[in-house]
Write a protein that binds this ligand. Structure first.
Ligand SMILES: C[S@@+](CC[C@H](N)C(=O)[O-])C[C@H]1O[C@@H](n2cnc3c(N)ncnc32)[C@H](O)[C@@H]1O
Length: 491
């Protein structure tokens, strides 16, 4: 059975799904109490009539089955995902974080390593373009305007939206947010210093990004005492002011303001303001850093940890509509928030799933939905150009014997390279030992660490007691380009 309506909730408690191509209404602007001081106009700007509804189908389900909320990832166009989410989750999102294209005029490639430890191939870095950030005229403004309007509809009355941009479009995006939410909804513009050291000689370098924070209403979450909202005191300040030590051995400073006395502890650090200089982008982009996935423009977990900790609470729903490699999702899961992530790049989705399965605090139950027709999958009988997985099943053992993903093979052939060990091409293996013919529900994962390889041979877990076997097994191999390939075997 294909589940085309995915909310995972009791259908009787949900409003009926609008008919095909129906529009979800958009409330009149501005939503907040702020005066509408100005409106940004651009050539061809359209009045927004509504957000088109869209179908999504469940493709894969991770973690234990169960009733109630399940976190989720949508693979496909985000406006469609927002339209789909509006069916059952209007005004339910507590924190929206988005890191959309910035109108940079560039295209972005992922860095890819083979898993061939100890060989020359391990030194090779392949590149594959993931997305283009190139726009003509005012296209970018149309794009961001519609998506922000949809996100505002999804935002809870007490929710916050954090839009990550850079100085190329930050002023226009801010004007759009003023239009959608009212100028009094503006909470802060945070300057995040990238800290990547790049400085130009031709003019002043733009070495910061802006985080535009708006609230939907007059109440919002701000966890002022979160340790994530602290940075170390400057060395000079520590030396000059922190001269006392308490009974527990902690260095502190006493400060009198009027009749009140305040104590500051060196190890607690100081509260950050609206300029964040202590979270280097290199953590997410340097190949030697553990959190680097190779996905272009990946943001550091420390940045998302600060945002999610400060502007949401445990149990809150966090939505990232341009999730890339899934940084927000991984952080939200680790901090006990519920999450929804969206991206149209298959590689982004694969990386996000990997991070959720292998993170410090692996995510609980989450599902993958597709907003477009799924890509064809390989089968043993598929044609000669199809991806080929060769695998053998003997009693409760599965042995993978070969794997030739065509795109990867052609990339390697273009460089005159041949790879003998198929495991060098595989990033991870997932197995659903009792495939229902529709939805992948893997219970066994082989997720090698950096520089390691998958095992290739697996003892299958026993089926749930008392349930007859469906007689089929589904094997998913994700190659190092983060493309997923499937094979179904009869048991
Ligand atoms: C700057 S990256 C996000 C990086 C992410 N913050 C991370 O830490 O990895 C922007 C992402 O938005 C995705 N994207 C751009 N336009 C989209 C659209 N219309 N629908 C869905 N995803 C989109 C791109 O595929 C890309 O992965």
């Amino acid at each position: 059975m294909t589940r085309s309506d995915d909310s995972g909730e009791d259908s009787s408690s949900r409003p009926p799904a609008p008919a095909e191509a129906a529009l979800h209404p958009i409330a009149p602007f501005p939503r907040g109490k702020g005066a509408w001081l100005a409106e940004l106009r651009w050539p061809g700007k359209r009045a927004l009539e509504g957000i088109a509804d869209a179908e999504a189908s469940l493709r894969a389900s991770f973690g234990p089955p169960g009733e109630g909320w399940r976190d989720r990832i949508y693979e496909g166009e985000n406006l469609a995902a927002f339209g789909h989410l509006l069916r059952a989750h209007r005004e339910q999102v507590d924190l929206v974080y988005i890191d959309p294209p910035f109108d940079s005029g560039a295209e972005y490639a992922m860095r890819i390593k083979l898993r061939a430890p100890g060989t020359e191939l391990a030194k090779l870095t392949l590149e594959e373009v993931q997305y283009r950030d190139v726009w003509a005229g005012a296209e970018y403004l149309d794009f961001i305007y519609e998506r922000l309007a949809a996100l505002v509809e999804l935002l809870a009355p007490t929710g916050l939206i954090c839009v990550h941009v850079d100085p190329r479009q930050s002023h226009r995006v801010r004007a759009i947010l003023d239009e959608l939410l009212g100028s009094l909804a503006f909470r802060a513009e945070i300057a995040w210093r990238l800290g990547n050291g790049a400085k130009s000689r031709s003019f002043v370098s733009n070495d910061h990004n802006s985080l535009l924070l708006y609230s939907k209403g007059t109440r919002w979450t701000f966890e002022a005492d979160s340790p994530e909202l602290r940075e170390p005191f400057a060395a000079g300040s520590l030396q000059m002011h922190f001269r006392e030590i308490d009974a527990a051995g902690r260095r502190f400073r006493r400060r009198k303001v009027g009749t009140k006395e305040y104590l500051y502890y060196a190890d607690e650090g100081k509260r950050v303001g609206s300029v964040w200089t202590d979270l280097s982008s290199m953590r997410a982009n340097s190949p030697i850093m553990a959190e680097t996935t190779g996905y272009p423009t990946q943001k550091p977990e420390s940045l998302l940890r600060r945002i999610v900790s400060a502007f949401s609470r445990p149990g809150d729903l966090v939505l990232d509509g341009f999730m890339g490699s899934g940084t927000t999702l991984a952080v939200a899961a680790a901090l006990g928030r519920r999450f929804v992530g969206v991206d149209r790049q298959g590689a982004a989705v694969s990386l996000a799933i990997r991070r959720l399965l292998s993170g410090e605090a692996p995510a609980g139950a989450f599902d993958l939905y597709a907003l477009r027709a799924p890509e064809p999958v390989s089968t043993p009988s598929a044609g000669p150009s199809a991806p080929v997985i060769r695998a053998r099943l003997e009693a409760d053992r599965l042995r993978i014997e070969g794997f030739e993903p065509p795109r990867l093979r052609s990339l390697l052939e273009a460089r005159g390279l041949r790879v003998e060990d198929w495991r060098a091409l595989v990033d991870r293996v997932s197995i659903d030992p009792d495939f229902d013919g529709e939805v992948l529900r893997p219970t066994l994962h082989d997720l090698p660490g950096r520089g390691e390889r998958v095992h290739g041979e697996y003892r299958l877990p026993p089926l749930e007691r008392g349930r007859p076997s469906r007689g089929r097994l589904r094997l998913e191999l994700t190659d190092v380009l983060q493309r997923r390939h499937m094979l179904t075997l009869d048991r």
